[in-house]
Design a protein around this ligand. Structure first.
Ligand SMILES: Cc1cc2nc3c(=O)[nH]c(=O)nc-3n(C[C@H](O)[C@H](O)[C@H](O)COP(=O)(O)OP(=O)(O)OC[C@H]3O[C@@H](n4cnc5c(N)ncnc54)[C@H](O)[C@@H]3O)c2cc1C
Length: 294
């Protein structure tokens, strides 16, 4: 199919882009990598009256560290995160583990982290990273800039706190301390499929005790999920007790997740996958931290 007719604008600045969004009465869509939007327009599931192509806006491809966070501008493409050097310490390692699970190289060359966060698909790996790390989503509207924490940003399947006249200018990912182990685990039907379930874990261990655990789940509900019950069960315990990780996996599956039945996976099956993947990712994060050697 071909897209429905639409207007096209290629602004040179963020202010021009925001003015165009504000003037379109909710009928404009930002075009970043186009790896979701163009497809949706072709299927006519998306019919924007105006496409605001931000690819010519200077400065949006910047990636920088400031105030304890990595700031990824709205045009930073997925593939940039393939190098663990993209961010200092464990954060760079985590992002490089995650990104190779997103689609395949041509899509990673064009698609953007901010576009993924804007699109807010529950199965998107970056959205699970955002909730796990409590990333800040930087939104620019006609009244200025506001930053919304990922915990408040995702409202449901493709639903977020972003207003139609706002665009994401950057995603802010907090840096992780050196004593943090990181891991990512994903289950999908084929190599090219979206995640059936994906799990992002960070584990900070100090003096033999888990000081902080962060667990993010993709496709385990109608939005990305932070597994708070699983995290609480870990903090203050010794990671040498291996049963801890399986218990956290079960809590994530039973208390934190709210999976929807799918043609290839009923709810019971998905809870089983979540429990297994969370336990596995926690063990991997502990090993990444240095495990019993520290
Ligand atoms: C075959 C295929 C496989 C894929 N597999 C995966 C996968 O495994 N995991 C995964 O996470 N993704 C996957 N994707 C999606 C891909 O990651 C997209 O790149 C991503 O979802 C959107 O990023 P984009 O930059 O291409 O955004 P676009 O397609 O340009 O935009 C997507 C949506 O976000 C809005 N938007 C984009 N940027 C902004 C902004 N700065 N401010 C406000 N709104 C904005 C657009 O208006 C649109 O509604 C796949 C895509 C394809 C085609």
């Amino acid at each position: 199919m071909k897209p429905a007719a639409f207007g096209y604008l290629a602004p040179g600045t963020v202010d021009e882009a925001v003015a165009a969004l504000a003037g379109a009465g909710g009928r404009a869509s930002v075009l970043a990598g186009g790896q979701s939007l163009i497809l949706e327009m072709h299927y006519r599931r998306s019919r924007p009256g105006l496409v605001v192509d931000i690819n010519g806006v200077r400065g949006l491809d910047r990636l920088w560290v400031d105030g304890g966070a990595l700031h990824a501008g709205a045009l930073v493409r997925h593939r940039v995160f393939e190098s663990p050097q993209v961010a200092p310490g464990p954060l760079g390692r985590l992002l490089s583990l995650v990104v190779v699970n997103i689609a395949h190289p041509p899509i990673r060359a064009l698609g953007t982290m901010a576009g993924s966060v804007a699109w807010a698909h529950p199965a998107a790996e970056w959205c699970a990273v955002a909730v796990a790390l409590d990333a800040g989503v930087e939104l620019r509207g006609p009244g200025g800039t506001r930053v919304v924490g990922a915990g408040d940003y995702f409202h449901g399947h493709h639903r977020t706190a972003r207003l139609p006249e706002e665009m994401i200018t950057a995603v802010r990912l907090p840096l992780l301390g050196d004593a943090t182990g990181v891991a990512f685990a994903e289950h999908r039907r084929t190599h090219a499929s979206f995640a059936q379930i994906a799990v992002v874990v960070t584990l900070a261990v100090l003096d033999g005790v888990i000081a902080e655990a962060r667990v993010g789940l993709a496709n385990a509900a109608d939005r990305p999920v932070r597994a708070h019950a699983a995290e609480r069960s870990l903090v203050g315990s010794s990671p040498r007790d291996d049963r801890l990780f399986d218990r956290a996996g079960r809590l994530a599956a039973e208390r934190d997740a709210d999976p929807l039945a799918r043609p290839y996976a009923d709810v019971e099956y998905q809870r089983q996958v979540i429990a297994v993947l969370v336990g596995r990712a926690l063990r991997q994060a502990y090993a990444d931290h240095g495990g019993a050697r520290r």
